[in-house]
Design a protein around this ligand. Structure first.
Ligand SMILES: Cc1cc2nc3c(=O)[nH]c(=O)nc-3n(C[C@H](O)[C@H](O)[C@H](O)COP(=O)(O)OP(=O)(O)OC[C@H]3O[C@@H](n4cnc5c(N)ncnc54)[C@H](O)[C@@H]3O)c2cc1C
Length: 394
């Protein structure tokens, strides 16, 4: 074990109970990626997952990786993540079905067009290769898209955006974390956490002590935080998604519209995978599928791509977005020493997980990060002024 920057670092050893440097609660992409980054730094991490790996939002997500946001923090995070995704297959030795087919972000009004042009300016100033496209250019880039049917008046396009398979990425991180010494406990629900000199993690099967706890429990992170008296402002919202039968390659970029709340792409398997948000969805944990979604998705996607009208849907499912008041993640320390949070990803936690894990491992082990994440700390909500991310599907 390498010394971690923790209050309990020099305290006496525990006798009978098991001990881990870091207990990570949640075996989604963020928990598994963090266990891997910690293991790489020689820190012994134990992941507690109440179901199977990826059983939360991760295994239910669209796998989209988009750098085109309108807040600098989000743009920077995904740009750094993309650098990691680009080398991931080699580093982790897994085919993650990574495809950089680009993301086409459709604008539907003059107001949106102007806003997107400003976004492009900001993104380009940060070094992102992104362009604004007029209607004719969209048709050229994506001939299968009915630009008029989609009611698009312009778009932005970034070629290095793309998507990957969330199950494969999670498994790749988990297996490599284990290879480097991390322990992953699936079907092990954390029932309570006691904080004394160290943390005591209570499950039905056993107790474990840890110097540091990281809350990566997705839409359950609020309940986990409450176990140590930390209050989080995030709320869970259901989002539905579907996959069709496989087609020959017909759609290169991932398509997204904030106005219609729709996103979809063609995976390497040939399936069209996509979802659409329901602006009237109440907050709460609900993973039931609905006819409302199926009808809305079918009528919208066939307006965008009429030739999809004969496409069969193979399955639909639902998962939870873990949404913060400013649609940006909550990363870092809390008012309980050595209790960290990695949550509130508001529908974008897959794409930022690689860099988030790296930064959080730096914060835990070295006490500082190679990229600033102060803007994303929980403290921002106390200050009262928050800058909301606008480039999101609600
Ligand atoms: C329909 C849909 C589409 C999405 N599309 C995209 C996309 O295209 N791109 C993108 O970047 N993001 C997308 N997201 C968001 C993304 O899925 C999440 O932000 C991301 O997966 C969060 O990962 P996580 O590891 O933080 O949380 P999760 O994957 O939710 O993992 C948290 C884990 O904690 C476990 N847990 C909870 N409580 C306990 C406990 N008491 N004890 C032990 N374990 C516990 C849960 O079982 C769960 O497995 C989408 C989400 C949905 C629902």
């Amino acid at each position: 074990m390498r010394g971690i920057v923790s209050e309990a670092n020099n305290s006496e050893a525990f006798s009978e109970a098991k001990m881990s440097d870091v207990a990570v609660i949640g075996g989604g992409i963020n928990g598994c990626a963090l266990a891997y980054e910690l293991a790489k730094k020689g820190v012994n991490a134990t992941v507690f997952e109440k179901g199977y790996l990826g059983s939360g939002a991760t295994g239910r997500c669209g796998g989209g990786i988009r750098q085109q946001f309108d807040t600098e923090d989000n743009i920077r995070l995904v740009m750094e993540s993309v650098k990691i995704f680009e080398k991931m297959e080699k580093e982790l030795g897994y085919d993650i079905e990574y495809d950089q087919g680009g993301y086409l972000v459709l604008a539907h009004s003059d107001e949106e067009k102007e806003r997107f042009k400003k976004n492009v300016e900001l993104q380009r100033s940060m070094g992102l290769g992104v362009n604004f496209l007029e209607k004719e250019e969209i048709k050229e880039l994506c001939p299968i898209l009915d630009v008029d049917g989609a009611k698009a008046v312009g778009a932005t396009f970034c070629q290095t955006d793309g998507h990957a398979n969330p199950f494969r990425v999670t498994e790749a991180y988990a297996k490599n974390a284990e290879r480097l010494g991390a322990e992953i406990k699936t079907f092990t629900e954390v029932k309570g956490i006691k904080k004394e000199k160290r943390f005591e993690i209570i499950t039905e099967k056993e107790k474990m002590f840890a110097d540091v706890v990281v809350n990566a429990a997705g839409c359950y992170s609020k309940q986990i935080a409450e176990m140590v008296g930390v209050k989080l402002p995030n709320k869970p919202y259901r989002h539905e998604i579907l996959a069709t039968e496989s087609l020959k390659p017909v759609l290169k970029p991932m398509i997204i519209s904030f106005m219609d709340g729709i996103y979809f792409c063609q995976h390497k398997t040939g399936q069209i995978v996509g979802g659409i948000g329901n602006p009237d969805e109440p907050s709460g944990i609900n993973t039931e599928s609905s006819f409302w979604f199926l009808e809305k998705m079918a009528s919208t996607i066939t307006r965008y791509i009429p030739s999809f009208k004969n496409l069969n849907v193979l399955r639909q499912w639902a998962g939870m977005y873990d949404v913060t008041p400013d649609a940006r993640p909550i990363l870092g320390k809390t008012n309980v020493k050595n209790f960290f949070v990695v949550c509130g990803f508001s529908g974008h936690g897959f794409m930022v997980a690689p860099v988030t894990a790296k930064l959080m491992s730096e914060l835990i082990v070295d006490g500082k990060t190679s990229m600033p994440i102060d803007n994303l700390s929980i403290e921002r909500f106390k200050k009262g002024v928050i800058r909301k991310e606008g480039a999101v599907v609600g």
